[in-house]
Design a protein around this ligand. Structure first.
Ligand code: UGA
Ligand code: MN
Length: 477
């Protein structure tokens, strides 16, 4: 999706952001420096606050001040030039004092022009600029003295805990196959046409080749078969398209897109590796490229267990909905703490500085809301994927919509399948013809990545009759 599209959208920001936006667009002194286009003024949805408090003037000036500070100092801090205080030598390198140290932590592929572009073209709300500042600030240990205090107070960001590998969404996106037609006639005992008006759920499933992949996808498909108005984005973490998966997905009749999106090789041997990140990023890119701004996004791993009720609950997500996930870590659960119908905190046995300590399966996002955030991202940062994704879309506590009876029901379970090595079956290839079923069966198992047949490795294939092992030649010749 083009950035022009994002600008054209009318964002549904939080009340706080909206106040910022309205203040800016109404205050004559500040429109010159921090003006927002009038289209940024939210209509309907969350209720407009026209009554400006005396604080508004001060807040407005602070925003303008932050903007100016970021334009100057952030650029200077990142060595992007424009700072009159740089010495000649420093200017030569485009670096200020802090930047000499900073460059040591800066990854080779860091694209500084993205930040410069962002700051220069900044037209959004303060949440966006705050997020961006924080992400870069933590990644490169950038000191932003004048704005730091305010941002730190708002978000208590611990840069030591969050050495974020932030990069723009630029996954290699390859569509293996796609079928957007819904071939199912009846869903939950009703004809498909009965569901025509429902918002579409974009169910994003990262998956990867291992012995359990096909069984996991088969089980998940049989859950999704019951769900109307669902587009299944199956994003496979591998280098080439698996035709077996295409065939499998086509059989179900659920609208699907099969993407191929391998994890970048440099992360492959990391422990822990960022699992399912490249794939989810590819799916985000797909949504953006196809301008899909209606409906609801849900990240549904291939090994979880989903209650059908979950889908009814998330379908009407206005911005971000949340709900508990069962079988997570030590407590056997992770999810929001709700008081008087509002999410106020989180219960999860691993906090580690995460502002949003939730599981990937514990939230859903409205696509129109997400489209307001062109820097939506899921960095390659194991354990922090959910937190950083939710931060990249400007989430605030008061936006969260609790689901599942005010977060008392468990509608999704973090089940895990025991993984085993590829099976090895030792059998001479001369017996893998059509004289028996074994040729076709073992070929299928090979294509599914479950077992491979070898001539001379592993244990001899045990073939028995009447409780006794028989030579291959007797049964298969
Ligand atoms: C937990 C969370 O539920 C995941 O959403 C999160 O991505 C993961 O931790 C993490 O942070 O690493 P967990 O059960 O521990 O999940 O992880 P997996 O189920 O092994 O992987 C999560 C998803 O990524 C699965 O759908 C899996 O198929 C996929 N994956 C895993 C890959 O695409 N590539 C891999 O190399 C490994
Ligand atoms: Mn899992």
């Amino acid at each position: 999706m083009s950035s022009a599209h994002y600008q054209a959208l009318e964002p549904q920001t939080s009340d706080e952001d909206n106040e910022d936006i309205e203040r800016r667009s109404h205050h004559p002194r500040c429109t010159a420096t921090a003006s927002a286009p009038s289209s940024m003024v939210r209509k309907g949805g969350v209720g407009r606050r026209r009554c400006l408090l005396p604080l508004v003037g001060g807040a407005l000036c602070f925003i303008a001040f932050c903007y100016l500070t970021l334009s100057g100092e952030t650029r200077s801090a990142l060595g992007l030039g424009g700072s009159t205080e740089d010495s000649e030598e420093e200017s030569h390198h485009g670096l200020g004092k802090q930047q000499v140290q900073l460059m040591e932590t800066q990854p080779a592929d860091f694209d500084a022009s993205r930040l410069q572009e962002f700051v220069e073209n900044y037209e959004g709300n303060t949440t966006e600029i705050t997020q961006e500042t924080e992400l870069y600030e933590s990644e490169f240990k950038i000191e932003l003295p004048k704005v730091k205090k305010k941002f730190r107070r708002r978000h208590r960001f611990n840069s030591k805990l969050h050495s974020i590998h932030f990069r723009p969404l630029n996954e290699s996106l390859h569509i293996c196959s796609e079928n957007l037609e819904d071939h199912r006639q009846f869903l939950q005992d009703k004809p498909r046409s009965d569901y025509g008006q429902l918002p579409v759920i974009y169910f994003v499933t990262p998956t990867y080749p291992r012995r359990e992949q096909i069984p996991e996808l088969t089980r998940l498909a049989h859950t999704l078969l019951h769900i109307p108005r669902l587009h299944w984005l199956v994003a496979d973490d591998q280098e080439k398209c698996n035709n077996f998966i295409d065939t499998l997905l086509n059989r179900f009749g659920i609208p699907f897109t099969h993407l191929m999106s391998p994890m970048p090789s440099k992360f492959r041997n990391e422990k822990p590796a960022p699992r399912g990140v490249a794939n989810r990023r590819a799916a985000l890119q797909y949504l953006r490229q196809h301008n899909l701004t209606n409906g609801v996004l849900y990240f549904g791993d291939d090994d979880n267990t989903y209650d059908l009720q979950l889908f009814s609950e998330i379908r009407n997500t206005q911005r971000v909905s949340m709900f508990p996930v069962g079988l997570i870590a030590d407590y056997g659960v992770s999810g929001p703490v709700v008081r008087k119908g509002k999410v106020v905190a989180f219960l999860d046995s691993w906090v580690a500085g995460r502002r949003w300590p939730v599981d990937m399966a514990g939230f859903a996002v409205n696509l129109e809301y997400m489209a307001q955030y062109p820097y939506v991202n899921m960095p390659y940062k194991p354990g922090y994927e959910e937190d950083l994704f939710l931060r990249s879309i400007g989430l605030k506590m008061d936006m969260i919509e609790p689901r599942g009876n005010n977060c008392t029901d468990i509608l999704v379970w973090h089940t895990q399948t025991k993984s085993k090595k590829l099976g090895m079956i030792r059998l001479e290839s001369k017996y893998l013809d059509d004289r028996s079923n074994l040729g076709a069966l073992l070929l299928n198992l090979k294509l599914m990545g479950v077992a491979s047949t070898t001539e001379n490795e592993g244990r001899n294939a045990l073939i028995s009759k009447n409780g006794k092992e028989k030579p291959h030649s007797i049964i298969l010749s």
